[in-house]
Design a protein around this ligand. Structure first.
Ligand SMILES: [Zn+2]
Ligand SMILES: [Zn+2]
Length: 255
């Protein structure tokens, strides 16, 4: 049974990489194409969350963003690709983004674990809902090696990424920006924004986070979200209905 599950997961991961590559061909070419950067996406779990690997093509050092599910299959995929995982970043506590972190960190003990202090304890708090929501038991990951704060810099070989604290979807949600790309978790999606009706969510704070920390990035910045296809900052600035007219779409605006 275990073999079957793992086998199926690996197949899912392979097709996820293919569909991600098709999406890139279809529209978004990150401006880092010539920077010898690894950029992989894996769609994992029942809620189809995007897990990303980003790093240095030469040294093979990568950071993993949001290993939400299928932890063992992800580790296998990293091994196949010869990645040296130096860090695991969890953007926020929701189990579709954090649910595979325990397995990945256990299999890769040299990888540092990064997360914001406001969200980390919530993984253990919501883990009992794993079977109902995600169809499996979720083991919370060990304590982070570094509690992320706004402005922190994370490195993968020659590449540097800056941590952006973007509360609103959850209090401790972080995005990660650098090398012409931004990983936005459940803050910003193609044509949409994160839900803000959960306990601990804050709609006006979410809009403020997006305006202050994401829409301030260059238009050509490639946006890699926690779910769904890639987009760009310019595309969302111009066409995302929740950002163009929050009063009409959300019923509130922010100063
Ligand atoms: Zn979420
Ligand atoms: Zn999510």
């Amino acid at each position: 049974m275990l073999v079957y599950i793992v086998g199926r997961a690996v197949l899912n991961l392979e097709s996820a990489v293919m569909s991600h590559l098709r999406r890139r061909v279809a529209g978004v070419t990150p401006p880092n194409e010539n920077r010898h950067m690894i950029l992989d996406a894996f769609v994992v779990g029942r809620l189809q969350a995007n897990c990303y690997a980003v790093g240095d093509e030469e040294s093979r050092e990568v950071l993993i963003v949001d290993p939400g599910d299928q932890g063992e299959a992800l580790v296998e995929a990293f091994r196949t690709r010869d990645y040296r995982v130096t860090g695991v970043v969890v953007t926020h506590h929701h189990l579709d983004h954090s649910g595979g972190a325990h397995e990945v960190l256990q299999a890769l003990p040299d990888a540092r674990f990064y997360m914001h202090a406001a969200d980390y304890p919530q993984i253990a708090a919501s883990a009992p809902s794993g079977p109902a929501w995600y169809g499996r038991e979720v083991a919370p990951p060990r304590a982070p090696d570094q509690l992320l704060e706004h402005g922190d810099v994370l490195r993968a070989g020659r590449h540097e990424f800056q941590v952006l604290h973007c509360p609103g979807h959850t209090p401790g949600h972080v995005c990660m920006e650098g090398e012409g790309v931004v990983f936005t978790g459940d803050v910003l999606f193609q044509g949409s924004i994160g839900r803000h009706d959960f306990p601990g969510s804050d709609g006006p704070a979410l809009i403020r986070s997006i305006r202050d920390h994401l829409l301030t990035l260059p238009d050509e910045t490639a946006v890699y979200s926690g779910h769904g296809p890639a987009t760009t900052i310019g595309e969302e600035r111009r066409h995302n209905p929740f950002l163009v007219n929050p009063r009409m779409t959300l019923g509130f605006d922010v100063d």
